[in-house]
Design a protein around this ligand. Structure first.
Ligand code: GDP
Length: 338
């Protein structure tokens, strides 16, 4: 095989990447879906094409309101996102929804894998819904979700919603890629904080008690008051925004308009003070360092010599025969000097 022939597939994907970038910018949803598939691919030639694509679209990103919607399974996230999404679309905007769910790969039923979720939204031509990428580490999934978010922006979506199951470390990764973090809760009795970790509460720019309807109305109001008190004890993350607790019913639509009003208020407050720009700049810097770390770890894992040392070192550290610090040095020496 001549060297030129070996290059052909990569060249083809490069041309495809250029075409994709063009189609994306035209707002073509199929092109967006293909772009995200390329972004999520682990094949090296796809990765190169995805990098090219991202470089081409980067100047056309940054124009959306980036939202996270988090909450434990069953709290009503998909019902809420559908209601909010349709409300926003009625106002003339386009909405994209991305999911981060490292706990359940697509084949096993991703949080968005079930076709009945967000049925009306998924049928709407002004919406784009993308299930979570299959498998992978939370870090890996979040890594690709950031890029998918940029692709949605380049495709002209005005609001990008990243959905995440409110139980683990993916919340922190997602908070690092959005402008505003919406935490959904269900009405409960008493002062049960629903197993929501304080750390996740601290991420919230607004806490929304969903299912404030019918027999749950009273409990929803009580939950709102309890969480207002809990939030009042926390120091706001930004001087320009004090997180609050509100109620809504994703099922009846009550309060959804108010939620969107608050999102716009947040966006105005943060943009006006220049905080949105600096928040995004910080996020981009953190993302860059995360890429450095992840790429180094990928290389380390793929390195044959380092791998041999890793196995031995893990055993010696576990058996107390060697200190973790010394073992880490040995692994790095094998990797860097090997
Ligand atoms: P997710 O797992 O967080 O995405 O939750 P879903 O959106 O799938 O909703 C879980 C269940 O709660 C479903 O049976 C919904 O119909 C119900 N649900 C969602 N929102 C509301 C609401 O505002 N009020 C009531 N009463 N039920 C709701």
């Amino acid at each position: 095989m001549k060297p030129e022939d070996r290059k052909t597939p990569a060249k083809t994907t490069a041309a495809e990447a250029r075409d994709l970038a063009r189609a994306l910018r035209g707002g073509d949803r199929r092109a967006l879906a293909r772009a995200i598939t390329l972004i999520e691919s682990t094949r090296a030639d796809h990765r190169r094409a995805a990098d090219r694509l991202l470089r081409a679209i980067l100047p056309h990103t940054g124009g959306s309101i980036r939202l996270a919607v988090s909450g434990v399974p069953g709290v009503g996230k998909s019902t809420f996102i559908e209601a909010l999404g349709l409300h926003v679309i009625e106002g003339g905007r386009r909405v994209a929804v991305l999911a981060v769910d490292p706990s359940s790969p697509r084949a096993g039923g991703s949080i968005l894998g079930d076709k009945t979720r967000m049925e009306a939204l998924s049928r709407n031509a002004r919406a784009f819904i993308r299930p979570s990428p299959a498998g992978g580490t939370p870090g890996g999934v979040a890594r690709r979700t950031r890029e998918a978010l940029l692709a949605c922006e380049a495709a002209g979506f005005d609001v990008v919603i990243v959905e995440t199951v409110g139980v683990g470390q993916s919340e922190f990764a997602v908070a690092d890629m959005v402008d505003m973090f919406l935490l959904l809760l269900a009405p409960v009795g008493g002062d049960d904080l629903q197993g929501i970790k304080k750390g996740i509460m601290e991420l919230a720019d607004v806490v929304i008690v969903n299912k404030a309807d019918g027999v749950l109305s009273t409990a929803a109001e009580r939950t709102r008051a309890d969480f207002s008190a809990a939030l009042g004890l926390m120091r706001p993350a930004s001087p320009d925004w004090v997180p609050s607790v509100m109620t809504c019913s994703a099922l009846t639509g009550a309060g959804i308009g108010e939620v969107w009003g608050l999102v716009k208020q947040f966006n105005d407050a943060m943009t006006g003070a220049g905080h949105l720009q600096s928040r995004r700049a910080d996020q981009a810097r953190a993302w860059m360092w995360n890429e450095v770390t992840e790429t180094l770890m990928d290389r380390l894992r793929a390195d044959g010599r380092a791998r041999q040392v890793v196995t031995a070192m893990e055993e010696e550290v576990a058996a107390g025969k060697r200190s973790p610090t010394e073992a880490a040095q040995a692994i790095l020496a094998a990797f860097l000097d090997g």
